[in-house]
Design a protein around this ligand. Sequence first.
Ligand SMILES: C[S@@+](CC[C@H](N)C(=O)[O-])C[C@H]1O[C@@H](n2cnc3c(N)ncnc32)[C@H](O)[C@@H]1O
Length: 218
Amino acid sequence: MMKSWDDAYQNSELLWGLEPNSTLTQYVNLVPTNGKVLDIGIGEGRNAIYFAQKGFAVEGIDLSETAIERCLALSDKYQLNIEAKVDDITAFDIRPNHYSLIILSNILTFFPEEEIALIIDKVKMGLVKDGLVYVNVFDINEPSRKKAIDMYKRLGRHSFFDSATNMFLHYFTKDELEGFFSTYRTIKTGHSYAMDLTHGEPHYHSTLELLAQKTLNS
Ligand SMILES: C[S@@+](CC[C@H](N)C(=O)[O-])C[C@H]1O[C@@H](n2cnc3c(N)ncnc32)[C@H](O)[C@@H]1O
């Protein structure tokens, strides 16, 4: 796992901006109102703030202390009540059958394949029936994959480990991402190749996203 997430936050005033993911705002009315929202890798809280402002009880975890401090400061500033704490998703127990929406925005890419499967299993258990899961990941066309092939240890066809930063990188295929949620109703899938202006020099990312609904009890 990357040890420099906190450095990245300390080197920037607001690393990811305050704009929530547009797919989440587009489908907010599909989120059942009988459960909470859980944002895994909540960062500075751009998505959490949006759902708290919509009246949802929102919880979030993140490895970075700086990110959590900033998220809580923003929650206070906007007079919201976001429960955000420092924690590691690989050790965090997700309460079963408890959440109306679980957000995995730009986080699953940073784990080895076996951890990804375990996290997704916990997420699926955590959702109430009709609850939604939102996932946004790098795909195999992501520009940084070329660097990963040249410089990092290869763990699998699309999986790498950078020992300098202690960071895992997994680049998803569309079938792989959708396969994890094959028993779910697909609300939206998307692919984007777009310039990222939120931090550092402008650069491109190639991403896949999925919004899916748990229609069965398991
Ligand atoms: C690319 S950022 C995305 C932040 C936020 N989800 C967003 O979309 O704005 C990835 C976040 O995941 C957090 N993270 C990485 N590994 C984690 C782990 N094992 N447990 C919890 N959070 C983690 C990082 O600290 C970072 O804030």
